[in-house]
Design a protein around this ligand. Structure first.
Ligand code: G
Ligand code: G
Ligand code: MN
Ligand code: NA
Length: 262
């Protein structure tokens, strides 16, 4: 209850900020998309990471207004970058969305209103959803289909860590699979006879093949060195995200990066 009140106050006071992490072509490093990641700039405690407040926001229901702020801010910022740096500067903006938001009956109309208000074309928006967020029920599937019909793209985040990835792919109107970092960690290592290393490469390769067969794009997450990027390229990935490519950064730094690319 305490943190719920704090979160409400923080939202009213405008203490939440978005940071942005590029999604890049593995071959050239060119930025083609961006994931937004929320932070809390607390007046006394400093920058608080989402792991410390998203669970409480979900438990209290404050994730619904907080998520609305995140969506609006991500769309507003993406529209501003597109206006300043042109349609080639970035193809997509990807805010994270919690299960609780998908269950909110106003979610689709909120997304529609935010796109209209910010002027961001629907096909520039990718909602990042985890498998566990999507798994629950017919109503969520209807919501996702409505978004898909509006032209909004859906990405399955942390892919491979959920319980039923394959059955999910059959029903879910996804456009993008984000291979979870746990399959990227150590993927560059060649240790003959080490089942973990072999398994990671096999899973990453199989996910790329599966995505290709289903007509989905892929993004490999959590890339921390060039050897991982090289290995993922060979395994069938063209897009990646991770500290080796670029860390999450405030909007001003992202703007400087676009200005430098021009
Ligand atoms: O960098 P990182 O600490 O930003 O993010 C940690 C976790 O918080 C990730 O699982 C990420 O998906 C989640 N997260 C980050 N931003 C948001 C957001 O705006 N909304 C929701 N629901 N989750 C977020
Ligand atoms: O759950 P989701 O995939 O949205 O979470 C992304 C999280 O991963 C964020 O907390 C982000 O800061 C973090 N992240 C992004 N790239 C890297 C990376 O290369 N290494 C590590 N350890 N974390 C990363
Ligand atoms: Mn994400
Ligand atoms: Na992710």
């Amino acid at each position: 209850a305490r943190i719920g009140g704090e979160l409400r106050r923080a939202l009213d006071e405008g203490e939440f900020r978005l940071h942005y992490q590029p999604i890049c072509l593995l071959r050239t490093g060119q930025v083609v998309g961006i994931e937004s990641l929320v932070r809390w700039e607390h007046p006394t405690r400093g920058l608080i990471p989402p792991s410390e407040f998203i669970p409480a926001a979900e438990a209290t229901g404050l994730i619904v207004p907080l998520g609305r702020f995140v969506l609006r801010e991500a769309c507003r910022q993406a529209a501003a970058w597109l206006a300043e740096f042109g349609p080639e500067s970035m193809q997509k903006i990807g805010p994270n969305v919690s299960a609780r938001q998908l269950h909110d009956p106003d979610f689709v109309s909120d997304v529609r209103a935010i796109l209209a208000e910010t002027g961001l074309p629907a096909d520039r928006l990718v909602l990042e959803l985890t498998e566990s967020a999507v798994l629950r029920g017919k109503q969520v599937l209807r919501t996702l289909n409505e978004l898909h019909d509006m032209g909004v793209r859906l990405a399955l985040d942390d892919f491979g860590t959920g319980e039923s990835s394959l059955s999910l792919l059959r029903a879910f109107p996804a456009s993008i699979i984000k291979l979870d970092k746990s399959f990227v960690d150590g993927i560059e290592l060649d240790e003959p006879g080490t089942p973990e290393a072999d398994a990671r490469q096999a899973v990453a390769h199989a996910v790329a093949q599966l995505a290709g067969a289903l007509g989905l794009d892929t993004v490999a997450e959590g890339i921390e060195c060039q050897e991982q990027a090289d290995r993922l390229l060979r395994l069938g990935y063209t897009l990646g995200q991770g500290y080796h490519l670029a860390r999450p950064m405030p909007a001003e730094r992202m703007t400087e990066m676009f200005a430098g690319q021009r």
